[in-house]
Design a binder for this molecule. Sequence first.
Ligand code: FES
Ligand code: FES
Length: 156
Amino acid sequence: MIIQFELNGRLIKADTDPGTTLLEYLRGVELYSVKHGCDHGECGACTVLMNSKSVNACLILMHAVGGKKIETLESFSTHEQLHEIQESFLQAGAVQCGFCTPGMLLSVEALDRENGEVTEAKVKDALNGNLCRCTGYVKPVEAALKVLKKNQEVSK
Ligand code: FES
Ligand code: FES
């Protein structure tokens, strides 16, 4: 079955089984920032953006992807420099083994796109589905708050 959708800014016509998960598809086309963790929607390692909302790619079947706009962390690398959220995580020391990091970055990006009031509670809620076995969350929350508050000031 041909499924047409946008992937990191490019129109894709994927010839795939509609029952394939988005996670399987993305790793099959070498988008390895999308991690294969629990496979059950519990760890957030497979987080991607679907129409600017963070979703678990392991829970999305390809038949539901038609007409959607999918973004993975690879889309950040079109910038010449690190993306500002990546830079903030780096500066805060919020990355250890890095397995959870792509998912966390995309969850923060999704929150940034909501353009709402930034609070620590909202950041914690946004990162709630991204399990990290290394950092204890203090640094990722600090990094996310810093970049989101800066963007909030700029947009005022
Ligand atoms: S691999 Fe998808 S949530 Fe864990
Ligand atoms: S940095 Fe290792 S799992 Fe989060």
